[in-house]
Design a protein around this ligand. Sequence first.
Ligand code: SAH
Length: 506
Amino acid sequence: MTSMHDSPRIPVESAAPRMEALARLPVFFALHGKRVLVAGGSAAAAWKVELLAAAGADVEVYAGEMSEDMLAVAAAAPPAGSVKLHHEHWTAGVLDGCALAIGAFETDAEARQFQGAAQVAGVPSNVVDKPDYCDFSFGAIVNRSPLVVAISTDGAAPVFAQAIRSRIEAMLPAGFARWAEAARNWRSALKQTDLSFNGRRLFWQLFTRAALQNPNGEPSRADFDALLDETKPQAGAADQGSVTLVGAGPGDPELLTLRAVRALQSADVILYDDLVSKEVLDFARREARRMLVGKTGHGPSCKQSEINALMVGLARSGRRVVRLKGGDPMIFGRAGEEIDACRQAGIAFEVVPGVTAAQGAAGRLGLSLTHRSAARRVQYVTGHGEKGALPDDIDWRSIADPGATTVVYMPKKTLRQFTDRALAAGLDPATPALAIANATRPDEEVVAASIGALADAVLPDGPTIVMIGSVCGAATNPVHSRASGNPESGSPLSRGRADRDSARIR
Ligand code: SAH
């Protein structure tokens, strides 16, 4: 008979998250050498003329009357494109061959007529400040050309959009324009090298690092050569792919490291465990393939050998594989076996540490795992040995040590056996203990009891650790982080007597 634990599970590929509803589609029009009509001669129209000419358009302005601003814009030589004033009212004929048509009118009737004519001519149109007569809108712009950022609130909050624009302005150094321009100039030179696709991608990663490190620098041919020299020796490895073992932390995505986020954002494939929270997976690059390879401790899971083979196979075919594991990969995460598999296959690997469940829980509970006088030692043990039973080689005298804090991972199935053995080895049954489920997640729950009573307590669902030691008596209700959306002030943990000496804290 096959138990649940042994039944095989094949890796399941999960779909990338679907695109949420989009209020507007941002598109970036190439206007160089294209005719654009502006109907109206007001100051508002003049600003649009300036914008369109800056984007390279040949702007034709039609208006019976031209404002001072319009005359000034036409008189100044634009940085690109051209401006031509026609001192007459627009007609349907002038729409012919225009890429875009912009109108600035007082009345709705004029606006309606303009939009109608543009539609007949098949030209997308916009009437300034009359959203009902627009096929498209202009966003708030941050200009680091060729790098351009545009912001829209779908007309809901233009002032808000402007405020966001200022923030992005402050975030993007002016020198990014030079880097983006350099990228444009270097693109074809890079294509002429013998670098493969992955090698060129590596070049652009190094380029990005250089731009971020020296945003106001003046990228030159020497920088191009230096980046190329740096890329070439690593390009072979880039072709071979790699494995990055990434700690996803206990659940709260704010506990991810910066390096973990970077790895998730450059992954081609992510092999993840059940324990990884959805919020963490949301940090992954949209195009990355996501594959659930299981490993909950109970229930069906992929065989470790299959996970190893899949991981190595994907890396061999040139993929950047992220092996994403709950908590820290090096704590009860079978990282050792996966690292061995990479070493044997000659695959480059890297490990990104994560916050382990014990650390996450300790942080939430305001509980120091060590204490200068009362807890000089911390030990992590598993309640779940290789065959699912309590491991038979636990050093029970260490567990009974009153000066130790013990954290039991995967404690649930063997908790009574565990406590019986520990008490038999001399652990004081009055020692404070905690069972913490879903630590750092919105559904976090804590049960407090003496270790003598914990096995009788009803433990919550979800991944759980048990902490034993005098420090557990000092646990407080945590101050909920805003991430969990449940602001609550810290208060001392109360220890219930009624429920068989255990207290469910949350
Ligand atoms: N590498 C992980 C541990 C993997 S073993 C880490 O460093 O945390 C799986 C066990 O970890 C679970 O059975 C449970 O005991 C514990 N665990 C993982 N996440 C947890 C969480 N958010 N809350 C409580 N326990 C958790």
